[in-house]
Design a protein. Structure first.
Ligand SMILES: Cc1cc2nc3c(=O)[nH]c(=O)nc-3n(C[C@H](O)[C@H](O)[C@H](O)COP(=O)(O)OP(=O)(O)OC[C@H]3O[C@@H](n4cnc5c(N)ncnc54)[C@H](O)[C@@H]3O)c2cc1C
Length: 287
């Protein structure tokens, strides 16, 4: 199926993009990599009058490390993250997750800003940003603001983005020796959306877990931080007993629903298995 007709604009600065969006309101839609949007247009799930392409706005590009914080511009493509030495050394969780995002053709075009804005519950990067306790940087008609990832993902494909707002970047604390990260997902085939996934970040102090952020994806309407499972790890040396207790505690943290890929019961089972796999690997000290 072909998309309905639309006009197209490619502003070269943010002010112009925001002005176009304000002029057109709901009839104007931002496009970045197009990897989700074009599919929804082709299926006629949306029919904007105009696409506002943010791809030429230099301010949205680039990866920077400053004061121990990693800042990734919204326009950064998955491929750039995959190839970036800065990401490999300062954000190993992202480096690990990115290889699981779709297929190479998707990673050549798709952007981190598009992924965060689209907020697919099975997407890898929203879960990573939440595990990293990151912030989403936003610009809009009322100026600029930052929102904690924990407050950004509101529901199924629903975020804190207001009318006329655009994501400019994501930001989070860079890797440091006291933190360990781990990631895994289970999908039917390499490149498919996950049936269940886990992005984990643990702070280790004196050989014991001081803080645990276990974030599951594809098991709810948003990425889900699991505080009960995390509490079972606190104070432990990440032995089998603590890992099994965390896996068992997921009953209280997760409330998955059936989707096209598998049942809710299967998702819970997969989330438990991922907990064992990821934490056991992290217990071995892998970043
Ligand atoms: C076959 C296939 C397999 C895929 N597999 C996966 C997968 O395994 N994991 C995964 O995470 N994703 C997967 N995707 C989706 C892919 O990651 C998309 O690239 C991503 O969801 C959207 O990024 P984009 O840059 O392409 O955004 P676009 O498609 O251009 O836009 C998506 C939405 O975000 C909005 N938007 C884009 N950028 C901004 C911004 N800066 N500020 C505000 N709003 C913005 C747009 O208006 C639109 O509503 C897959 C896609 C396909 C087609």
């Amino acid at each position: 199926m072909k998309p309905p007709p639309f006009a197209y604009a490619k502003p070269s600065d943010l002010a112009e993009a925001l002005r176009l969006k304000a002029d057109h309101g709901d009839a104007g839609t931002f496009i970045a990599g197009g990897q989700s949007l074009m599919a929804t247009l082709n299926m006629r799930l949306s029919a904007p009058d105009i696409l506002i392409d943010v791809g030429a706005i230099g301010e949205l590009a680039g990866i920077e490390i400053s004061g121990g914080r990693v800042r990734i511009g919204a326009l950064t493509r998955y491929r750039e993250l995959e190839d970036s030495e800065l990401i490999a050394s300062h954000a190993p969780l992202i480096a690990r997750a990115i290889a699981q995002v779709g297929h190479p053709a998707i990673r050549n075009r798709g952007t981190i800003g598009g992924s965060i804005a689209f907020a697919d519950p099975a997407a890898e990067l929203p879960a990573c940003i939440l595990a990293l306790d990151g912030e989403v940087e936003i610009a809009g008609p009322d100026g600029r603001r930052k929102v904690a990832a924990g407050d950004f993902f509101k529901g199924l494909y629903d975020t804190d983005l207001g009318p006329g707002e655009v994501i400019t970047a994501v930001e989070f604390a860079g890797d440091s020796p006291e933190w360990r990260t781990g990631f895994d997902e289970l999908a039917r085939r390499q490149g498919d959306y996950a049936m269940a996934g886990l992005a984990a970040r643990l702070r280790i102090d004196g050989g014991k877990v001081a803080e645990a952020r276990l974030v599951y994806f594809a098991v709810g309407a948003t990425p889900v931080l699991a505080p009960l499972a995390g509490a079972k790890l606190a104070g432990s040396t990440l032995g089998n007993e603590a890992i099994e207790a965390a896996a068992a505690a997921l009953d209280g943290d997760l409330d998955p629903f059936d989707d096209l890929h598998c049942s809710a019961a299967m998702k819970l089972h997969l989330a438990r298995e991922l907990t064992r796999r990821v934490l056991t690997e992290m217990a071995g000290g892998a970043a």
